[in-house]
Design a protein around this ligand. Structure first.
Ligand SMILES: Nc1ncnc2c1ncn2[C@@H]1O[C@H](COP(=O)(O)OP(=O)(O)O)[C@@H](O)[C@H]1O
Ligand SMILES: [Mg+2]
Length: 409
């Protein structure tokens, strides 16, 4: 098997049924293609990129034995160039129809929106002329959903609309490819790739290939870098993205696109550095960068946004001290410092309970118990191994331990 082959080429649809989704568009196109008495001589397939427009035309002509005379309008933007390819194509007509192997020719003008908005306004006029003069059916495709721009073509052709491919269908397609490539993929990994593609099958397949090539197992973590493209990047993705980035620039770009709260992110990245850098020297460097970032974070405040890039840059440096040493790991978050606050809250509750017991038995307020009695009680408990006081105060053994261990009140 040729490993250099792009999977989008390798798994290019061979027949109509291999083209996933857009059922209505497919049926409409096949009906048009196979019907001798076409209502319109031309069709325009339009919709977002990577959903199978070009693939469908090729698959259908393959399946129904049409010969495609292709012309990519983006490559030939001027009227002259369009005519050069288009004219002869339209005029060498239907002779081929009589040969046994083919049902006939179709002229395929792919990516016709390449000619829109060009300085030479002749482009689209030339296309319309080709459609008018052509003796063979014309198929056009446009990566455009803006119907206004396509309006001039609307008069001369039947419009067939393509939608983004639905996410579950993309997942199924990715699963099939994984099976053929002998890759065991976590469902969540494929789901993430599919969602990230926003219905663009081509980029989903490309992302699958780039995140799993050479691997026998594809995990969610292997797909973390994809969030680069996504617009809402949360804490988890930002952390993974920054840690797995191959360069400072890449890490900074992730931060730039992330929606995380910067203070939370500072805490989280600090917590995760020891997991990321097993080498103490790397770790020290990383902490140094975080402390510099922290400095800038302070200066950025709420208004000096132009300083934010320095903050990003130092954080990015912290995440990419040694990109080559990156190994996937379970990131910790929420930040430990926030968890610590919960923990100290637990401790505070413990002290309050002790003070309440003292207050009840000594007939003082809890505050007095805390300030006047607890410090002495602590010393007594430390010195006297067999004091009766704890049982008199009804203190639990942990509470006694707590008082003994307590260092500042
Ligand atoms: N609906 C689909 N079903 C299966 N494969 C698809 C589909 N859409 C795109 N692909 C894959 O992506 C590649 C590029 O798709 P293409 O047809 O060129 O997209 P478009 O012309 O809509 O921009 C195809 O060769 C195929 O491998
Ligand atoms: Mg295309």
């Amino acid at each position: 098997m040729n490993n250099d082959l792009l999977w989008v080429e390798k798994y290019r649809p061979k027949k109509i049924s291999d083209v996933v989704g857009n059922e209505l568009a497919k049926t409409t196109f096949v009906n048009w293609l196979t019907n001798k008495r076409r209502r319109k001589k031309a069709v325009l397939l339009y919709g977002p990129a990577g959903v199978g427009k070009t693939a469908m035309v090729n698959a259908a002509s393959n399946q129904f034995n049409f010969t495609i005379i292709e012309m990519n309008a983006s490559d030939t933007r001027t009227e002259k160039a369009i005519n050069k390819v288009g004219k002869p194509a339209t005029s060498f007509v239907a002779l081929d129809t009589f040969t046994a192997n083919t049902k006939g020719n179709i002229l395929f003008l792919d990516e016709v929106d390449g000619v829109f908005g060009q300085q030479d306004r002749g482009g689209i006029k030339a296309i319309i002329n080709i459609v008018k003069e052509s003796l063979i059916p014309v198929v056009m495709a446009a990566n455009n959903t803006d119907i206004k721009k396509l309006r001039p073509l609307k008069k001369v052709c039947q419009m067939i609309r393509f939608h983004p491919v639905r996410i579950p269908l993309i997942i199924i397609t990715l699963q099939k490819i994984c099976a053929l490539e002998n890759i065991k993929a976590e469902f969540e990994a494929l789901e993430r790739i599919a969602q990230n593609s926003r219905g663009d099958m081509r980029s989903a397949i490309n992302d699958l290939q780039s995140s799993s090539e050479g691997k026998a197992v594809l995990t969610v973590q292997d797909t973390m870098f994809l969030s680069l493209r996504s617009k809402d990047i949360g804490m988890y993705e930002t952390l993974m993205g920054v840690f797995s980035a191959q360069s400072v620039g890449e890490a900074a770009m992730i931060l730039n696109r992330s929606n995380v709260n910067y203070d939370d992110f500072m805490l989280s990245i600090s917590d995760n550095l020891p997991l990321r850098y097993p080498d103490p020297e790397d770790l020290a460097k990383a902490y140094d960068f975080v402390s510099r970032a922290d400095l800038f974070r302070g200066r950025v405040g709420t208004e000096n946004w132009r300083l934010l890039k320095y903050f990003f840059n130092y954080i990015a440096e912290a995440g990419t001290v040694s990109p080559e040493s990156f190994k996937p790991f379970e990131v910790i978050f929420p930040p430990m410092r926030i968890m610590k606050l919960f923990w100290t809250k637990g401790k505070r509750t413990k002290l309050n309970n002790i003070c309440a017991k003292i207050a009840r038995n000594c007939h003082v307020s809890q505050t007095t118990a805390k300030t006047d009695i607890v410090p002495f009680l602590k010393i007594i408990l430390e010195k006297q191994k067999t004091s009766q006081i704890p049982s008199w105060l009804k203190l639990e053994p942990e509470e006694v331990d707590y008082l003994k261990a307590m260092n500042n009140i």
